[in-house]
Design a protein around this ligand. Structure first.
Ligand SMILES: NC(=O)c1ccc[n+]([C@@H]2O[C@H](COP(=O)([O-])OP(=O)(O)OC[C@H]3O[C@@H](n4cnc5c(N)ncnc54)[C@H](O)[C@@H]3O)[C@@H](O)[C@H]2O)c1
Length: 395
C-alpha cells in the first residue's frame, strides 16, 4: 500500500509529534518502510504461514511482532476507563505477548484523577506496558495511536433520557474526530463506547473523512454478551457454550436481541437455542426486555452504570476485530450500514459480523421473520431520528 505525498507529509508530522515520554520506545522505521518490508515478507510466505497475530499487527500498521501498539482510551479517568486500562495493559485486548503504550485522555477537571490512574499503572508494573501518556490535550492523546477506544463523553445518569446528552456529545465527537483524523496512525481502528454510541460514532465518521468508514465502529458487544449470559442462566449451561446471538440496531432500549440463529454446544452436538429454551413467549418477551434494560438495572443496583462488563466487552470487540472471530462464530458490532437486511445505509447499526485479518464482514443470508423485521425497523427508525437530532445540534 503506497501513500500519497500528502499522506507521507501528514505521517511525518505525526511521527515528529509522537509524545516524548516514549523517546526510548521508537518505531524505528518510517511507516512506508514497514509496509514494503511486510509486503516482501508476505510474497515469500503463503497466507497460512503468516500467523494471524502478525498479520493483525501488519494491519494495524505496526512493523514487527513485538513493537508496542498504541492504544488510546478517552475518558480514562472515568469508571469504565479505570476498569479498561488495566485489562489492556494485561493483554486482555490484544493478546498476552503484545506490548502496548497507553494513551489516556480526559478533560482538565479530571486531570488529577487521571494522574492517579497513571500512577497506579506504574505501580502495577505490567510487563506488557511500555509507556503511558496521560494528558488533557487531544492532539497529544491521538498522536500515533493504532487503536482508539472512545469512552469519554457526557454519560447518561439515572432517569436521564439519552437525547438530553446528545448535543454535548456531538461537539465532543466532532472535535475528537478532527484530532484523530490529523494525528492517529494510518489505518487506526476506532471503537466508540460513550453514549449515544452509534450516533457518536457516526459523527466521528463524518468529521474524520480520511479514516475509512470500515474503521469506525461502536460497542454493542456488551449487549451481545448480556444476551449470551441470559441464555446461559436460563438453560444452566456454560456461557462459553452459547454462541451466535445477535444484537440488531442501536445500543439503546430499542435494540433487538435476537437468538433465532443462536446455538448451544451440548454433549450431543450443537442445538438451536430456540429448541432448547422451548418457550417462544419468553424469548420474544422477558428475554428481550431483560437485555434491553440491563444497563438501567445495573444503574439501579450500583447507582453507577456498568463498568467492568463494558470494559471487558470493549476488549472482546477489539480482540475479535483485530485477531479474528473463531470459525463458525459471529459477534455483534455497530458498523456503518451498507443496506444489508434492508437497514438504511448510512447509519451506524449493530449487525452480526465475522472478522478476519482485521476486517469485519456482515453475516449475510440469515432469515428474518415478521416479528424480527418489525424490531429491526423500529431500532433503525430510532437511529434515523438520532442522526437527524445530532445533525440539528451541529447547526
Ligand atoms: N456502549 C456501551 O455498551 C456502554 C456501556 C456502558 C456505558 N457506556 C457509556 O460509556 C460512557 C462512559 O461511562 P463511564 O461510566 O466511564 O462514565 P464516567 O462519567 O465515569 O466517565 C466518563 C469520563 O469521560 C470524561 N470526559 C468527559 N468529556 C470528555 C472529553 N471531551 N474528552 C475526554 N474525556 C471526557 C469524564 O471526565 C470522565 O472521566 C458513558 O457515555 C456511558 O453511557 C456505554
Amino acid at each position: 500500500m503506497r501513500m500519497s505525498a500528502g499522506g507521507r507529509r501528514r505521517k511525518k508530522r505525526r511521527d515528529d509529534a509522537l509524545p516524548k515520554p516514549f523517546a526510548a520506545i521508537s518505531l524505528s522505521m518510517p511507516a512506508d518502510a514497514h509496509w514494503d518490508v511486510k509486503k516482501e515478507d508476505e510474497e515469500r510466505k503463503s497466507d497460512l504461514e503468516i500467523d494471524r497475530e502478525t498479520r493483525a499487527q501488519h494491519l494495524l500498521g505496526v512493523s514487527m511482532a513485538k513493537d508496542p501498539v498504541r492504544v488510546l482510551v478517552t475518558g480514562a479517568a472515568g469508571q469504565i476507563g479505570y476498569a479498561l486500562v488495566p485489562m489492556i495493559a494485561r493483554g486482555v485486548m490484544l493478546g498476552p505477548d503484545q506490548p502496548v503504550i497507553l494513551h489516556m485522555l480526559d478533560i482538565p477537571p479530571a486531570a488529577e484523577a487521571l494522574n492517579g490512574v497513571r500512577m497506579e499503572l506504574v505501580d502495577a508494573a505490567f510487563p506488557l506496558l511500555k509507556g503511558v501518556v496521560a494528558t488533557t490535550d487531544a492532539v497529544e492523546a491521538c498522536t500515533g495511536v493504532n487503536i482508539a477506544v472512545m469512552v469519554g463523553g457526557f454519560p447518561r445518569k439515572e432517569g436521564m433520557e439519552r437525547k438530553d446528552v446528545m448535543s454535548k456529545n456531538v461537539s465532543i465527537y466532532k472535535s475528537q474526530a478532527s484530532a484523530l483524523e490529523a494525528y492517529a496512525a494510518p489505518n487506526c481502528k476506532v471503537l466508540v463506547v460513550a453514549n449515544p454510541a452509534n450516533t457518536n460514532a457516526l459523527i466521528l465518521k463524518e468529521f474524520a473523512p480520511s479514516i475509512p468508514a470500515k474503521n469506525i465502529t461502536c460497542l454493542t458487544r456488551l449487549d451481545h454478551n448480556r444476551a449470551l449470559g441470559q441464555i446461559s442462566e436460563r438453560l444452566n449451561v456454560q456461557v462459553s457454550d452459547v454462541k451466535n446471538a445477535i444484537i440488531w440496531g442501536n445500543h439503546s432500549s430499542t435494540q433487538y436481541p435476537d437468538v433465532s440463529h443462536a446455538t448451544v454446544k451440548t454433549p450431543s452436538g450443537e442445538k438451536p437455542v430456540r429448541q432448547l429454551v422451548s418457550d417462544d413467549d419468553w424469548l420474544k418477551g422477558e428475554f428481550i426486555t431483560t437485555v434491553q434494560q440491563r444497563g438501567a438495572a445495573i444503574i439501579k443496583a450500583r447507582k453507577l452504570s456498568s463498568a467492568l462488563s463494558a470494559a471487558s466487552s470493549a476488549c472482546d470487540h477489539i480482540r475479535d476485530w483485530v485477531l479474528g472471530t473463531p470459525e463458525g462464530t459471529w459477534v455483534s458490532m455497530g458498523v456503518y450500514s451498507d443496506g444489508s437486511y434492508n437497514v438504511p445505509a448510512g447509519l451506524i447499526y449493530s449487525f452480526p459480523v465475522t472478522c478476519n485479518a482485521g476486517e469485519w464482514t456482515i453475516v449475510q443470508g440469515l432469515s428474518i421473520d415478521e416479528f424480527s423485521r418489525k424490531k429491526l425497523d423500529a431500532t433503525a427508525e430510532e437511529l434515523s431520528e438520532e442522526k437527524a437530532l445530532a445533525y440539528s445540534c451541529l447547526s
